[in-house]
Design a protein around this ligand. Sequence first.
Ligand code: NCD
Ligand code: ZN
Length: 349
Amino acid sequence: MTTEIDIIRPDDWHLHLRDGAMLKAVAPVSAALYGRAIVMPNLVPPVRTLEDLRAYRSRVQAALPGDTRFRPLMTLYLTETTDPAAITEGAASGELTAVKLYPAGATTNSDAGVKDFSRVHEVLEAMQKAGVPLLVHGEVTDPAIDIFDREAVFIERVLAPLRKDFPALRIVMEHITTEEGASFVGEGDENLAATITPQHLIINRTDIFKGGIRPHLYCLPIAKRENHRQALRKAATSGSPKFFLGTDSAPHLVSLKECACGCAGIFNAPVAIPYVAQVFDEEGALDKLEGFVSRNGPAFYRLPVNEDRIRLRREAPDPAIFRSVDAGEDGSVVVFRPDRPLEWSVVSD
Ligand code: NCD
Ligand code: ZN
């Protein structure tokens, strides 16, 4: 029975680092383990221009330990006024790794997102030409659509038509949560991939209400029924290069989670890799773990894999791993802790 595994250092292909005191608190946590991360642009105000992107990258770098090997990969937030020339310039200089599409109002800080897709055609054309991936938050915002159906309806109404209009555009469907998402991506060509989060591999929607309402298990897209969790576990452990880890670690102050209208977002940065290892162990697929966390992402993004390795062991971690992270005078951030013991640890990083 495997109790220890050595893998290429992982990357996180979907991460929220925020800004200010929160950025200083959480950036070192991800930098301690990952080689690189795709840094989400949904700040307030969002990262909309190359100037915004350069300024944010400097703030991220300033929040990292001096000797870090961690590399933030920066993204732009797509709006109806994004300049196609910024795509071409950012791609050519290597400063821009991807562009994020939030349908307006779909999730935290998405108000500046896209309402009318016909207005972003030129930008998408520039991305298609330059090979810049479009990262999609795949939920419709139509209030008539039930929250549990928003991903499936998005595929039908937005993603499938988008793929027809821009067949060579490289698209990552971020944090898929449904059977429909897994099969749409699984059946697509090499220009389509998906990230999967640890939480969607571990919890289903019933867990959010177990014994009472659990704000720290609430994120968007919301966890779905058990059959969807099973479909995601199958996709992640399948060995298909189209699926890779994007933790969607999304810190919010405890005061903004535990209140009458709590924010969506789960902070999992300290525990994501050990929990994912545990999932792969449970599925009898530890041999596929390195692909999911360290190889498939770089292959899609056309980047080399990281050069060094980490070691994981089947043993309970120091419980301090779950200690809330202090985010300055405004409060702290609670770490993802589903109702299952964690049985894996990172023993060398
Ligand atoms: C994210 C956040 O807090 O920025 N929240 C979340 O629930 N995942 C936004 C996002 O990725 O949808
Ligand atoms: Zn996110």
